[in-house]
Design a binder for this molecule. Structure first.
Ligand code: 2BA
Length: 109
């Protein structure tokens, strides 16, 4: 068994939940925050039999879009804050950042 941990954008979360249920996967959704943008995102934990991992990744891939997002960098903590002009920069976010972890043991009571 594997634990698929997928960090996705909030906008894709309902669509992905529905698709996972339709394909017979069980998942837990956690509200999370990106370390860089400090914006909300959604983390899915999906327990999957080894032979279905590829199928789970395909469901994630086809339901999570890559989007461009404008970010205004925070001003410097010290020094030249007066002359600092924050220009928004564009970063590409998602579709999904996915980790596949081995599961040593799974119990379900
Ligand atoms: P954030 O950390 O808020 O990052 C949002 C997007 O900002 C990233 O999109 C990436 O395009 C950019 N970015 C992140 N760190 C950067 C940096 N140091 N310099 C320049 N640009 C940077 P994604 O790569 O698609 O990541 C989306 C979210 O997935 C991340 O939100 C984070 O919550 C999670 N994530 C991505 N890679 C991860 C990793 N290696 N470990 C843990 N979480 C990760």
């Amino acid at each position: 068994m594997k634990l698929v941990v997928a960090i996705i954008q909030d906008k894709d979360s309902n669509r992905l939940s529905n698709a996972l249920i339709k394909e017979g996967f069980r998942a837990t959704k956690l509200a999370s925050t990106g370390g860089f943008l400090r914006a909300g995102n959604t983390t899915f934990m999906i327990g999957v039999d080894d032979d279905r991992v590829q199928n789970a990744l395909e469901v994630i891939r086809s339901n999570c879009k890559i989007r461009d997002q404008l970010v205004t960098p925070v001003s410097p903590v010290s020094g030249a804050a007066d002359s600092y002009i924050p220009f928004p920069v564009e970063v590409q976010v998602g579709g999904a950042a996915v980790f596949v972890l081995p599961v040593e043991r799974f119990e379900h009571f």
